[in-house]
Design a protein around this ligand. Structure first.
Ligand SMILES: C[S@@+](CC[C@H](N)C(=O)[O-])C[C@H]1O[C@@H](n2cnc3c(N)ncnc32)[C@H](O)[C@@H]1O
Ligand SMILES: [Zn+2]
Length: 1015
């Protein structure tokens, strides 16, 4: 029996609600710590429910939506309301497996729906996070404590009081019930903070809230140490279209950093509206710019380092530092031999840093490294505003003071000396040349984090003792509870580390918002750990974004959300490899819903080691100067009780992903498709015979798609039964992706193919086209029904917004493509021209079939490949008639032509995008008439003449039609028929909404077909 996911799934509405989970709509527990590619909860919930319900479960889409999100009529952010009991009753007892669980969106939503979920993760870091998301809140959600009002205020638990007792006001004398877990994370957090505040070293080291620092290098020309600054802005916070709440930046004057703070100046000059400066600001890139304010002109300096171009500038003598170091000798730049001086200098720093800590060189020698850390500006949070002051020599001295402290404790296992992956050199600060994790922190940052580790470890022991001795818990429960509290505090530590490292940039600009929105940015918001030249060294002990205090607050907010997710189904977290799963032997699941890695998108093992080294310490004990198992030992120690140094050393070879460097390092001879195939072959053992496999997949390159089809269709005997473009966490939403959405994220549902079903496309072409066309018709029928329902809903004012977004023509194209792929994957093997099709070939045929099916009703036949390519490009092009290289490679695969063929056929030209920052991606213009004037047709004809026969001929016909001059048309009658079919196809596609009805080429085609005289 088909499921709701296979028929009438309201994907538009679901995408609409998923898209609300961005910015402030994000699920609060996501803020606890960063993990990559988390899936929106609303979408996960709907997909899980639909994959388990029969297609006739609901008469009306609206009732389904309502049962999923009972608050749907009041809110757009619906993830926070729990599904209706009626729906939960329908799903109770079903079992779901997610073998690539990540941060756990899928299992979280499953258990919310009453489904019993098993979440599997390869990486210990994600495993620890999964425990915090799925396990602890459920275990301890029923335990409450009563706290007096004074304590509520001191610990900042007002929100928890509001959420759990509904009381808005907190009075000092009142008593309030709050969840024990929230209370104790806050309470022990506060204990930790107080210890740090009392620590004389910490007190001495931090007198500002954030220090903005960078590297300085010894100029090879004048031999002075010049700071390298990547971004001179300190604050650019808008308050209106042309007004700013905050404007400040750094300058270099007389050998020193100066702060220019316009709000300050405004106040000093006793002007009005100093919190709302009306200024004109132009920026060049993010790094510099100019400002006009109060009839004055200012220039914000340009960055004086460009690691990509391997050049910098000395702020003292202005010399260009593009020197190279060849065999240890500094030579003038020019030829790209040896290493760039700055890169070499940073490497020297890292070597000396370690030598110093080991006691091999003196502090003076360390300070004389050709590169060394320095501080630029101190940031103070005061009365809801930020103050900036230039950092002084004394401030920098504090870094050296911290270094001295560290040297005394060298050999302490709490210093993360683990190796950074040796091969992931591109995505982990290639310039820095750090090879051990502690080098990601300047001495003060490092010392502070180590002190925190020790305190958190101590908390673990105290919590356990307290529960056992004072409160009489049994030993097992007390330990589990201590594990939970310590884990949350350790996650807060990981979050804090991400906000105080030499790769944590200061965010100087925000859109509209308050000055307090400026903050240390997360170290890993991208798919790598970047080199930054304005890093944040953040105090642990103040209440400001990025501090440890704030991290604890973020954690308790997250726990509060998770506790409010009712435990309907069970959820189990397993640390295992999707290709093994020995502990699941004998189990059978109703559905597998999962979100595997996408080719080379994120090197999970290597990047999340940044967190791993801290989690390991905070959750383990120290004995005889070694780490020893304590909490979650399976994450940090192997079966022999030996410490696992890093994830990359142990787990990377098992990670399902594409990674040349990694494969080479471990001498693995595999491809991503093989890894994916192996993993799916294994997980399918645990799926019931009639169960669905539902896969999220986000990939732009067609190769990555072919890998998925390979793994599921070719190697594991599955057929595609449904697919939808879905909203993912990426900034670009489905609607914005528009025509190119065929490239973006999909959720696809697969079933076991029954029996051998060979298909010979040469023989069965007609049947294939008919079949795809009829699937399309069914799809269109569903669309029509949805539309009618939407109109009705609109009349009733219910769900109005959600249902407003309709499927545009572009989506129609996606659906025809998917219909073709569904038809094809239902068969195996598929032959064409006597050869068996590969997954790649199959996907290409899907495009051809999709075209034919779309054009079938009109009886149009096109054989010319150039004509196919032209139509594909026109359908996929963006607003301005351009395609990016991802889209292009898709078209290439689809029509079996290469990029140079498309150029040769006069279908595209490369567009100069210019500028250093845009070098990321190539763009191409699709050559087509953009208006219906004679000149325009001439222009395009001159570019396409003599290239693709069909297009050449079409343009000639268009010229005749527009000029109304009847000239001899130089093409054979066969080619002319093809050209006329192309014209008909263009019109047909516009009727289907795949091309604009005002598209110039469509208009011109109408003109051509409207003329009888050339026939
Ligand atoms: C795309 S993420 C999942 C994100 C998740 N759906 C969420 O919403 O947070 C893929 C996950 O697969 C994990 N992974 C990679 N190889 C694996 C393997 N062999 N076994 C289990 N998990 C693996 C990665 O560590 C990563 O966390
Ligand atoms: Zn110089």
């Amino acid at each position: 029996m088909p499921t709701l996911l296979e028929r009438d799934f309201p994907i538009d509405a679901i995408n609409y609600y998923s898209s609300a989970e961005k910015g402030p709509g994000r699920p609060p527990h996501w803020e606890m710590v960063f993990w990559w590619t988390r899936k929106p909860l609303a979408g996960a919930r709907a997909i899980i429910a639909a994959s388990l319900l029969p297609d006739n479960a609901y008469q009306r889409t609206e009732s389904f939506l309502y049962d999923l999100f009972p608050c749907i009529n009041e809110k757009k952010i619906v993830h926070s309301c729990n599904p209706s009991p009626r729906l939960i009753e329908k799903l109770r007892g079903k079992k779901l497996l997610d073998p690539f669980a990540g941060f756990g969106s899928i299992p979280l939503e499953a258990s919310r729906l009453g489904v019993d979920a098993v979440a599997v993760e390869l990486l210990p870091t994600a495993y620890v996070f999964l425990k915090a998301v799925l396990e602890y809140p459920r275990l301890f959600r029923d335990r409450f404590v009563e706290v007096d009002g004074k304590t509520v205020k001191e610990l900042g638990l007002e929100d928890a009081v509001k959420q759990f007792s509904g009381r808005r006001e907190v009075s000092e004398s009142g008593r309030y019930r709050v969840p024990m877990l929230i209370y104790e994370v806050a309470r022990w957090g506060s204990w930790v903070i107080n210890r740090l505040r009392e620590d004389p070293v910490i007190r001495e080291l931090y007198d500002a809230d954030v220090y903005i620092g960078t590297w300085e290098v010894k100029c090879p020309v004048c031999h002075r140490y010049t700071p390298l600054v990547g971004n001179w802005w300190l604050a650019r916070v808008k308050s209106g279209k042309k007004s700013f709440e905050r404007l400040a930046w750094m300058e270099w004057q007389n050998g020193e950093i100066k702060v220019v703070d316009l709000n300050e100046q405004c106040r000093q000059q006793k002007l009005r509206n100093c919190n709302n400066l009306s200024a004109e600001v132009t920026t060049r890139g993010e790094e510099s710019g100019s400002v006009r304010w109060a009839n004055q002109e200012f220039v914000v300096p340009t960055k004086n380092v460009d690691a990509k171009d391997e050049t910098a500038q000395c702020l003292y003598c202005r010399a260009e530092i593009n020197h190279r170091v060849v065999n240890g000798k500094v030579v003038k730049g020019g030829k790209k031999e040896g290493d760039w001086y700055v890169k070499w200098a940073l490497r020297q720093w890292n070597e000396n840093y370690e030598k110093y800590l080991r006691g091999e060189i003196t502090l003076d020698e360390l300070k004389q490294s050709p590169a060394r850390p320095t501080l630029l500006v101190k940031v103070y949070v005061k009365d809801g505003d930020l103050q900036f002051k230039p950092a002084t020599q004394q401030d920098t001295e504090k870094l050296w003071k911290a270094a001295e402290e560290l040297r005394k404790m060298w050999g302490d296992p709490d210093i993360p000396t683990e190796q950074i992956s040796v091969y992931e050199t591109k995505r982990i600060t290639p310039i820095l040349g750090a090879n051990r994790w502690y080098q990601f922190f300047n001495p003060r940052q490092l010392l502070t984090l180590i002190k925190l580790v020790k305190l958190i470890r101590q908390v673990g022991h105290m919590v356990e003792e307290e529960k056992k001795l004072k409160e009489g818990w049994n030993a097992e429960d007390a330990k589990k509870y201590a594990e939970a509290v310590t884990t949350y505090m350790a996650i807060a530590l990981a979050r804090y580390a991400g906000h105080t490292s030499i790769s944590t940039p200061w965010t100087s600009a925000t859109g509209f918002g308050s000055a307090l929105a400026l903050k240390p940015a997360n170290v890993m918001s991208f798919r790598g750990i970047a080199m930054v030249w304005n890093y944040c060294d953040t105090t642990p002990i103040r209440d400001f974004a990025g501090t440890y205090i704030r991290a604890l607050k973020t954690i308790t907010d997250g726990i509060s959300y998770l506790i409010r997710v009712p435990s309907q189904g069970t959820s189990k977290v397993l640390l295992d490899d999707a290709t093994e799963l020995s502990r699941l032997e004998g189990e059978r699941f109703d559905v597998i819903v999962t979100d595997p890695p996408y080719a080379d998108d994120v090197p999970y093992s290597e990047l999340s080691d940044f967190y791993y080294v801290w989690l390991k310490r905070a959750l383990s004990d120290v004995e005889n100067n070694e780490l020893k198992p304590r909490f979650l030992p399976e994450a940090f120690f192997d079966d022999f009780g030996l410490e696992i140094p890093t994830q990359w050393q142990r787990f990377a070879p098992k990670e399902v992903s594409e990674n040349e460097g990694r494969w080479e390092h471990f001498s693995l001879k595999v491809t991503f498709a093989e890894l994916l195939t192996r993993a799916f072959a294994n997980v399918l053992r645990f799926l019931k015979d009639d169960g669905l496999l539902v896969v999220y997949y986000v990939a732009k390159r067609p190769e990555a798609w072919a890998a998925l089809v390979d793994a599921l269709w070719r190697e594991n005997g599955l057929e595609l039964v449904a697919a939808y473009p879905v909203e993912t966490e990426s900034e670009e939403n489905v609607v914005a992706r528009g025509k190119a959405s065929v490239l973006g994220g999909y959720v696809s549902a697969w079933r076991r193919r029954v029996g051998e079903k060979p298909l010979d496309l040469d023989e069965k072409r007609e049947e294939a086209v008919r079949e795809v066309a009829s699937r399309l018709e069914a799809n269109r029928e569903a669309l029509r029904r949805l539309k009618a329902e939407r109109e009705e809903a609109e009349r009733e004012e219910a769900n109005r917004e959600a249902l407003r977004s309709t499927k545009g023509g572009a989506t129609m194209w996606v659906y025809s493509y998917l219909a073709a792929l569904e038809y094809l994957t239902a068969h195996y093997p598929v032959r064409l021209g006597g050869v068996e099709l590969s997954s790649d070939g199959l996907m290409r045929q899907a495009v051809v079939l999709a075209f034919e099916a779309l054009l079938r009703s009109s009886g149009i036949k096109l054989t010319d490949r150039g004509a196919h390519a032209y139509l594909a490009l026109r359908i996929m092009e963006s607003e301005g008639g351009r395609v990016d290289s991802d889209t292009l490679s898709y078209v290439e695969k689809a029509v079996g032509l290469e990029h140079k063929d498309l150029v040769r056929l006069g279908l595209i030209t490369e567009v100069e995008t210019g500028g250093p920052n845009v070098a990321k991606r190539k763009t191409f213009e699709v050559l087509a008439p953009r208006n219906d004037s004679v000149d325009e047709v001439k222009r395009v004809y001159s570019l396409q003449r003599g290239r693709s026969a069909a297009l050449d001929c079409l343009r000639q016909l268009q010229l005749n039609a527009t000029t109304r001059i009847r000239t001899l048309i130089a093409c054979t009658s066969e080619v002319r028929e093809e050209a006329l079919n192309l014209a008909r196809a263009l019109i047909e596609l516009s009727k289907l909404g795949l091309l604009d009805k005002d598209d110039a080429d469509v208009k011109l085609s109408r003109l051509v077909l409207g003329m009888e005289w050339w026939q």
